[in-house]
Ligand binder design. Structure first.
Ligand code: NDP
Ligand code: 8X3
Length: 247
């Protein structure tokens, strides 16, 4: 049986990815901070799922999580580095430094720590690594500052990993989604449900299942193909122009 490991499986993309692979008969390792949501996944999926409460900012906890994987979950075929967040929408000069650091610690440091820790076994299994980046990696917008910077890192790190892993058979893809209705905007705006509802209203955003379908598609490609990056947006979201300030 094949095994998926997905971080940030308590909501949004991560939960949809976990459930897609479980429904396709894979076994899944699912992590996140919210233990009660992991317990709900466990009670629904039973022995097919191994859940672990894990804060991606805790290096020692990542080491323990990997060391303590049950025997039947030790071989990982697909790793999805999904856990991440945006905090705040203010321009840099009004942003909260603690929020910037939390984004870097989660989206960048946590992602590379888990990847580094798992790499020997990912090479052994000729795994697929899928890193969840964002359109914010490529297209700047006001208030995107450090969030966009973390996602630019994720996209470039994905390409660098490909280069380093040349000849190993390991595949690396980054998915770069645009606007998706998950808990992302709720988290970004400190729990403001109205801000979240307003953003997605009548905009036909991406949903978790869309991204789960793309990860599934990547996992089903023949082993001689690597999708380097996959940029996906809702039809109703596109690009606007540059801004100009005048005296
Ligand atoms: P959600 O807020 O719904 O899910 C985020 C997940 O990340 C949760 O499971 C959360 O789990 C986990 N997470 C956050 N911080 C930590 C942490 N310190 N340690 C462990 N897990 C953590 O948002 P999305 O599903 O939208 O986000 C998933 C990924 O997709 C993120 O990397 C995000 O940047 C990216 N993305 C989202 C887009 C969107 O518009 N929604 C578009 C492009 C990319 P818990 O709180 O339980 O720890
Ligand atoms: C999330 C997409 O455009 O809100 O990564 O930054 S966006």
């Amino acid at each position: 049986m094949k095994t998926l490991c997905v971080t940030g499986a308590t909501s949004g993309f991560g939960k949809a990815i976990a459930e897609k692979f479980l429904s396709e008969g894979w076994q899944v390792i699912a992590t996140g901070r919210r233990a009660e949501r992991l317990a709900a996944l466990k009670s629904r999926w039973g022995d097919a799922i191994h859940v672990a409460t894990l804060d991606m900012r805790d290096e020692a906890a990542i080491a323990a999580f990997v060391a303590e994987l049950p025997a039947q979950f030790k071989r990982i075929d697909v790793l999805v580095n999904n856990a991440g967040l945006a905090l705040g929408t203010q321009p840099a000069q009004r942003a909260d430094l603690a929020q910037w650091k939390q984004m870097i610690e989660t989206n960048v440091t946590g992602l590379v720590t888990l990847t580094h820790t798992l790499l020997p076994r990912l090479i052994e299994s000729k795994a697929l690594i899928v890193n969840i980046s964002s359109i914010a990696a490529t297209y700047p917008y006001t208030g995107g500052n450090v969030y966009g910077g973390t996602k630019a890192f994720v996209s470039q790190f994905s390409l660098g990993l490909r280069s380093d892993l040349h000849g190993t058979g390991v595949r690396v893809s980054s998915i770069e989604p645009g606007m998706a209705e998950t808990e992302f905007t709720l988290v970004r705006n400190g729990g403001d449900q109205t801000a979240s509802d307003t953003l997605y209203k009548d905009a036909s955003p991406i949903v978790g299942e869309d991204i789960a379908d793309q990860v599934w598609w990547l996992s089903q490609l023949p082993p001689h193909l690597n999708i380097n990056r996959l940029e996906v947006m809702p039809v109703r979201q596109s690009f606007a122009g540059f801004q100009i300030s005048r005296d």
